[in-house]
Write a protein that binds this ligand. Structure first.
Ligand code: GDP
Length: 699
């Protein structure tokens, strides 16, 4: 089968927004206008189509990223040859779901950033913007909700300019605001459009109101200057007083947007059905196709050499699994984006991250409310494989004959722990399965058993993150459980080198036990995790006992030597040991490995690490002193203070342990007028006096 849409007519995009800016409503309208959805469901009625998980509808926030395919012919050309395929990768707006945002950003080529036309840029808009910057994602903006009372296009546009990027530039002006908002003026084409029909499905050209002429002229000149700035030839002509023709201006704007030098700004109201079709035109006109982004990079398995794969159907297959989702009808779905080559159902693929082979059964393409079974998925496309067993989020899937490991998605270590206890025996069994599934889906959600109390502990990126997962466990897997109080997930590490020895010898009766090893430990780079180096020479320890030593060391790392927190970022070198012809066994060497690690770690200046959060507090100026004083008393470091209209914005880094219950505290300190957001920044060494208190409490 041949591909239906040439690659240049494919768009892989995400809709990125602060919660409540209207991402869900915009997505729905897109699906409606693209003809996939034939019924418009309002979010407040709980009929959202993208939010197909029950719970997301109740919370009104989008948590998981599903990928949905739709088709669009631009309003200015209904020719079939101009029809594009748009794959929308849903991204969540809450910072507790950073991973969801990051993994979706990783696989999309362009973004539509939605803003609330009353509030303009909000704290979390900045967070997601910065995340998109990390991946250099070309984007267009949509100032939504211009129908709301208090809507201000000027204010919102200015806030994008000042707080996000000076390269944001209006390509439209609104026709009226609040109840009078009717449509928009296309600045380049100098045409005005209204949206008529019950659902605004008719895009109708109208006169530019006379009183807007000045504004249109001014903003149009700004836009054209911005475009020609990025194109030397055009600049020259422009300086000579020649305005380039419309199609050339559009071409240059496309190039500048893709290069992330310019960010076109659209406007409208999704809820009242105005502007979404023109925004879709913008997706096609200005956001990149898979051909416009650099070829994907990766390495050969077992090597550091970087290799690239071009976005072409006739080269070896490579793809990234970016999302696992449990579907009530077909079971486990693995969403993937193809970077090169073609995936065919029934073929074998290689998971180069896990070093396993898998057979591809059914492949689906998801539309908003239906699914289509496909035989092949081509380069640049997104699909979902049914029933893949050993693949988790972030894994590379590729041609077994020509393997590649694509750049990994780096997931942060979880920072909050929660004790969880099943209510009945039946719940216990289901809970195990549920937790496994959920942690396969989400690499920042981890599970472990406390070795002392045998309690199950789940760990995640924030209180809300865990709350949502526990909720899903109850709903999707029908597990009832008691939940403890959230606790900080501390870690331990070492600060210097040391040697350690482990000797496990037992000779009383029957077959004895003999394992003996010597290791050196040293700090590994922050975030690099555990690394094991085998430096045994001359068979001091036989080959078959090396892995058991490594396993023993790994196990010992689960319980740090200071207070039993997991130890991270340690490199261990096994350099010597002895063995016994008869008594040596794998288990004896495993125990010896554990003993050696504990011995060495104790001498290697062990410390406790605590998660530090990046906190942004926004308060009226009057409360500034009290808030900064309070943050200082919480061991916070104030990084910056800025004015934002009549408010103060305080950026600080504060240990997570000091931030539990901050919502209530901030509320009472500011008479309910302050707000804050928080996200994980880094693990840092805990001051000695504080860690001593912590250790004392644990004992
Ligand atoms: P999300 O959290 O970003 O997905 O935002 P939603 O799409 O769920 O929208 C949040 C709320 O704003 C809902 O109550 C929507 O009905 C409402 N909303 C979305 N778009 C508009 C709009 O253009 N105008 C108005 N007045 N309300 C809107």
């Amino acid at each position: 089968m041949a591909r239906e849409y040439p690659l240049e007519r494919v768009r892989d995009i995400g809709i990125i927004a602060h919660i409540d800016a209207g991402k869900t409503t915009v997505s729905e309208r897109i699906l409606f206008y693209t003809g996939v959805s034939h019924k418009i469901g309002e979010v407040h009625e709980g009929e959202a189509i993208m939010d197909w998980m029950e719970q997301e509808q109740e919370r009104g926030i989008t948590i998981t990223s599903a990928a949905t395919t739709c088709f669009w012919k631009p309003t200015y050309s209904q020719d079939k040859k101009d029809e594009h395929r748009i794959n929308i990768i849903d991204t969540p707006g809450h910072v507790d779901f950073t991973v969801e945002v990051e993994r979706s950003l990783r696989v999309l080529d362009g973004g539509v950033v939605v803003f609330d036309g009353v509030a303009g840029v909000e704290p979390q808009s900045e967070t997601v913007w910065r995340q998109a910057d990390k991946y250099n994602i070309p984007r267009i903006c949509f100032i939504n909700k211009l129908d709301r009372t208090g809507a201000s296009w000027e204010f919102s546009y200015k806030s994008i300019h000042e707080r996000l990027s000076p390269n944001a530039i209006a390509v439209q002006l609104p026709l009226g605001l609040e109840a009078n908002h009717e449509g928009s003026v296309d600045l380049l084409a100098q045409k005005a459009y209204k949206f008529e029909g019950e659902r605004g499905e008719k895009v109708v050209e109208t006169e530019i109101p006379a009183n807007m002429a000045e504004d249109v002229k001014k903003h149009r000149a700004n836009l054209i200057e911005k475009i020609v700035e990025n194109d030397d030839a055009m600049m020259e002509a422009y300086l000579e007083g020649k305005e380039p023709p419309l199609d050339e201006l559009k071409r240059a704007l496309r190039a500048a947007t893709i290069a992330y030098k310019v960010i076109p700004v659209y406007c409208g109201t999704a809820l009242k059905n105005k502007g979404v079709q023109l925004l879709l035109d913008g997706v096609i006109d200005y956001l990149p196709s898979p051909l416009d982004v650099p070829p994907v990079e990766g390495t050969k398995p077992d090597s550091e050499d970087v290799i690239t794969r071009e976005a072409k159907d006739d080269v070896s297959f490579s793809a990234l699994a970016f999302k696992l989702q449990n579907d009530p009808f077909v079971g486990q779905l693995t969403y993937f984006r193809v970077y090169s080559g073609v995936l065919t159902s029934g073929s074998y693929i290689y998971n180069s991250t896990k070093d396993t082979k898998e057979r591809v059964g059914r492949i689906l393409r998801m539309h908003s409310n239906s699914r289509e079974e496909v035989k092949e998925v081509f380069t640049g496309e997104i699909g979902a494989i049914v029933g893949l067993k050993g693949t988790t989020t972030g894994d590379t899937l590729c041609d077994p004959e020509n393997p590649i490991v694509l750049e990994r998605i780096v997931f942060p270590e979880p920072v909050v722990d929660l004790k969880i206890e099943p209510k009945t025996k039946a719940d216990q069994e289901r809970m195990g399965l549920a937790l496994k599934r959920l942690s396969d889906e989400d690499p920042t959600f981890k599970i472990h058993t406390d070795k002392d109390t045998l309690e199950t502990i789940i760990s995640g990126m924030g209180e809300l993150h865990l709350e949502v997962l526990v909720d899903r466990m109850k709903r999707e897997f029908k597990v009832e459980a008691n939940i403890g109080q959230p606790q900080v997930a501390y870690k331990e590490t070492i600060r210097s080198e040391a040697q350690g020895e482990g000797k496990y010898i037992k000779q009383s009766g029957g077959k004895g036990q003999y394992g003996h090893c010597k290791i050196k430990v040293e700090p590994n780079e922050s975030g690099a995790g555990f690394e094991f180096v085998n430096e045994i020479k001359g068979g001091a320890i036989p080959q078959e006992f090396i892995t058991p030593v490594e396993k023993g060391i790994k196990e010992a790392l689960d319980r740090g030597v200071i207070a039993g927190y997991p130890m991270v970022d340690v490199r261990a070198r096994l350099y010597d040991g002895t063995f016994h012809d008869v008594d040596s066994s794998e288990s004896a060497f495993k125990i010896a490995g554990s003993m050696a690690l504990r011995d060495a770690a104790q001498k290697a200046n062990p410390v406790i690490l605590e998660p530090i959060m990046r906190v942004e507090v926004i308060v009226p100026t009057d409360f500034m002193g009290e808030i900064t004083g309070d943050l200082n008393s919480k061991r916070g470091r104030i990084e910056s203070m800025e004015d934002r209209l009549n408010l103060k914005v305080i950026d600080a880094k504060v240990p997570l342990s000091e931030m539990f219950g901050y919502v209530t505290r901030l509320r009472s300190m500011t008479e309910g007028r302050g707000s804050y957001t928080m996200e994980f920044d880094a693990f840092e060494e805990m001051p000695k006096n504080i860690s001593q208190e912590l250790i004392a409490k644990k004992q």
